[in-house]
Design a protein around this ligand. Structure first.
Ligand code: AMP
Ligand code: MN
Ligand code: MN
Ligand code: MN
Length: 283
């Protein structure tokens, strides 16, 4: 199980390494199986595959999809990230990602527009230089970094807390595909649907459990194990849900390069005895 990382970002989304640099970094770390899972984009895959051909590294096709779900009882809407892995016939998913990219591009402009009365400046032109002019790659990480560079906040986290996270004035929800539909399209593309970082959505324990339950009901395949820094009780709760619903597990670092320097490539949690890794199903 060592040497696997199934959740990583390149500069096709909000990582700082190019797909090529990421591949070389993975080989240096002794990783043999790497999934590149940029936000709503598979545009880095071909480059990564080409570079890895001559190297002892197996590239798994991947993408982290910005999805959403709601509790019927409350109708409240929640963002959820689904990592799609190992697509054998990616066309249905690629078509869907074109829509997601458009949503992302429009939303980036909306966030910048909402920031104007708050900071007294339109930073959109600066934000777009961070993604080589490709608007559909803009994430809130890029907007946060721009706010730091321009001196409106001192750290990216502060940009989220003050302006762009849920509940703040420049927050714009990502109106992406629903959870059930996301899982369906991944399966049409002959890939596996993984619930990304279940403990990172600011959800109550009850809502985390509910999310894992509906993810399983909708046909989801695996749940990403929480990082080792999470409390043991959190991990135990996730382990129990995985067992109860017969889900497989996935492991990934959610590496973002220097944008999140505390996350190390290939640093994955340990798999508990009895848990079945989704990678065992890869062809
Ligand atoms: P987006 O997909 O545009 O909403 O951007 C999401 C990315 O922003 C995530 O993948 C994280 O890398 C980062 N992010 C989201 N929420 C926060 C937060 N509260 N603090 C710091 N970074 C965050
Ligand atoms: Mn990210
Ligand atoms: Mn995520
Ligand atoms: Mn991620």
């Amino acid at each position: 199980m060592q040497g696997i990382d199934l959740h990583t970002h390149s500069n096709i989304s909000d990582g700082t390494l190019s797909p090529e640099q990421l591949v070389h970094a993975a080989v240096e770390k002794g990783i043999h199986t790497l999934a590149l899972t940029d936000h709503d984009s598979m545009d880095g895959l071909k480059i990564a595959e080409n570079i890895a051909q001559a190297l002892p590294l197996n590239i798994i096709s991947g993408v982290e999809i910005s999805s959403q779900w709601s509790r019927p009882a409350t109708k409240k809407n929640y963002a959820v990230h689904v990592v799609a892995l190992n697509m054998q016939k990616p066309e249905p998913l690629l078509a869907l990602l074109e829509q997601q990219k458009q949503i992302r591009a429009i939303r980036a402009k909306q966030i910048c527009d909402l920031l104007v009365p708050l900071i007294g400046e339109d930073i959109y032109a600066d934000v777009i230089t961070k993604v080589e002019g490709v608007a559909d790659r803009i994430t809130r990480t890029h907007i946060a970094k721009t706010l730091v560079e321009k001196g409106y906040v001192s750290r990216p986290q502060q940009a989220f807390d003050k302006y762009i996270k849920e509940g703040k004035k420049a927050y714009v929800k990502f109106d992406g595909l629903g959870l059930e539909e996301t899982i369906q399209v991944i399966h049409e593309s002959q890939g596996f649907a993984v619930l990304a970082h279940p403990t990172k959505y600011d959800l109550s324990a009850t809502n985390i459990r509910y999310l894992i339950e509906i993810f399983a009901q909708f046909g989801g395949d695996a749940v990403e194990l929480p990082p080792a820094i999470e409390p043991a009780s959190t991990r135990q709760m996730v382990d129990r849900m995985i067992e109860q619903f017969g889900l497989k597990v996935s492991v990934g670092s959610d590496f973002h390069g220097d944008n999140m320097p505390w996350i190390k490539l290939g640093n994955i949690p340990r798999v508990k005895e009895g848990q079945v890794g989704i990678w065992e199903s890869f062809v």
